[in-house]
Design a binder for this molecule. Sequence first.
Ligand SMILES: NC(=O)c1ccc[n+]([C@@H]2O[C@H](COP(=O)([O-])OP(=O)(O)OC[C@H]3O[C@@H](n4cnc5c(N)ncnc54)[C@H](O)[C@@H]3O)[C@@H](O)[C@H]2O)c1
Ligand SMILES: [Zn+2]
Length: 350
Amino acid sequence: MWERDNDVCMEKITIQGKSGDSRILVGESLPALSRHIPAKGVFIITDKNVVGYYHSEFPDFPVYVVEPGEKSKDFEVMTKIWHWLLEKDADRSSFIVGIGGGVVCDLAGFVASTFMRGIPFGFVATSLLAQVDASVGGKNGVNLGGYKNIIGTFTQPEFVICDTSMLKTLPDDEFRNGMAEVIKHALIKDADKFNFLKKKRNAILKREREAINHIVNQSVKIKATIVQADELERGERRVLNFGHTWGHAVEKENKIPHGQAVSIGMAFAAGLSKHLGYLKEKDYNDILVLLHEYGLPLNSELDKDQVFDTLLRDKKKEKDKMNFVLLKTIGDAFVKEMDTSVIKNFALTF
Ligand SMILES: NC(=O)c1ccc[n+]([C@@H]2O[C@H](COP(=O)([O-])OP(=O)(O)OC[C@H]3O[C@@H](n4cnc5c(N)ncnc54)[C@H](O)[C@@H]3O)[C@@H](O)[C@H]2O)c1
Ligand SMILES: [Zn+2]
């Protein structure tokens, strides 16, 4: 599943999905995109920011540009893109490329997997979050009203290009958002990665290519391995939700960026792991220090009762038990079914 392409100093990771193989190319560049797509019948979906910076490097195919941000993951936008494809004579032999962050990847992946019952697609992931998380794993979708990602499919892109040089233009806040997921990968699966993040903080924050390529590679490998084992999220893939249960509730209440909410959620889950006697005090402190060093928050001013109520509201079925991802140690996460009262009691002390 892991090979090195010496010509272009690129790492290639393959996920063998139910809908086909997906090749993730870390270090491949946007200008090399034409090597991976058909010679004709290609349609590009991107957003205003990305096209503003990189249009001159796009291959010469029709481009649909959406507004940047979450509001574009919406049925109205999607319907317009379906119409645009029809007007441009797209058919079952066409190919879609999403060039952008997680929003564009989720949208382009869903448009492609539903248009004419599904046409092939690939991504150039341009944000750190898209490179380490959103573009990898075959989940796509759009929002419906207040419900995030509620409509979508599991369909693998044929390829994902992670051009890490494009991260140079990514705003700092967006970079930090992506770092929260990178840190999550280290915490759930890879203690070496955690140490690398500790040691190479300056190089990473300066976005030095070598350090960034390393962390993107490691994250993609971790996510790809988990997805390969459990593509449809029935078991192991749930560890990827580490920090997201409490984090989502905080995000809903506070409307802060996802990465910040996940950081608070990870601090919470690590605290709960320590409280229950799994995680050592030293590991817990190390985690808090690392999050802080990457400019990520550890807590919020929100009323914990209220956050807990929001968390429960999200659980449609059982209200008195829930699955929660905890840490045994740095690099080793597990899913535990817990009484919600235990979580609530801890929340009131957090
Ligand atoms: N499908 C999945 O498995 C999965 C996993 C995690 C997140 N997601 C989804 O991903 C989305 C968030 O992704 P995101 O954080 O990338 O958000 P995003 O796509 O909105 O990108 C963040 C911002 O960065 C800009 N941007 C992107 N690349 C840039 C670049 N190279 N230079 C300058 N600006 C750039 C975008 O225009 C946008 O303004 C959410 O909708 C979330 O639901 C999906
Ligand atoms: Zn996340």
